[in-house]
Ligand binder design. Sequence first.
Ligand code: DX5
Ligand code: ZN
Length: 217
Amino acid sequence: MSIVISPSILNSDFSDMRGELAKIAGADYAHVDVMDNHFVPNLTLGLPIVEGILRVSPVPVDAHLMIEDPDRWAPAYAEAGCASVTFHAEAATAPVKLARELRAQGARAGLALRPATAIEPYLDLLPEFDMILVMTVEPGFGGQSFIDGTLPKITRTRKAIQDAGLDVWVQVDGGVSRSTIERAADAGANVFVAGSAVYKAEDAAAEVQALRDLATA
Ligand code: DX5
Ligand code: ZN
């Protein structure tokens, strides 16, 4: 299973997006958090800013949509060129139809679960997705503590994927740092989003490498 590092730019300096993105050129993706102040109590950025990010990012963009009505909005992110588009199970009306639309646009399709949302109702849908995002904090803000109670869900998700013989990535997002990434990797995650751990580090590029080494070990 390949190890994938996708730093979140949520807590980077938005006045210097080009410079902040350049720091993570050694990562696999740039994780971009879209929040609408409805699905989560925070507002970040939308499609016009993502289009700007796509123009200057040295790595493919991994869009995490924390928005209501992703059925309406998500395909535009794929069409704009995001390599991966993840929407929330709790917000989608027709997740399979939406995942197929994203894939038809050439994007990887991701399904995200809040900490309290079980994977079991979605197991039959696994073949429709390229990635399951198990949120390890309540979505909405960076800088929160990793919730260890999500580890069994990561393990159940990975086991179900293996049992079905599928190649679906398992992403963790929230509170991922040098002190938590090994637990998440051991539980079965292979895609690691880290926001404050990378952007609060003195050397963001070195932090990306350190996280990769810990996850690979
Ligand atoms: C939270 C976002 C995360 C956030 C992670 O809702 O989905 O991507 O940026 O930030 P850290 O790594 O600081 O928990
Ligand atoms: Zn995120």
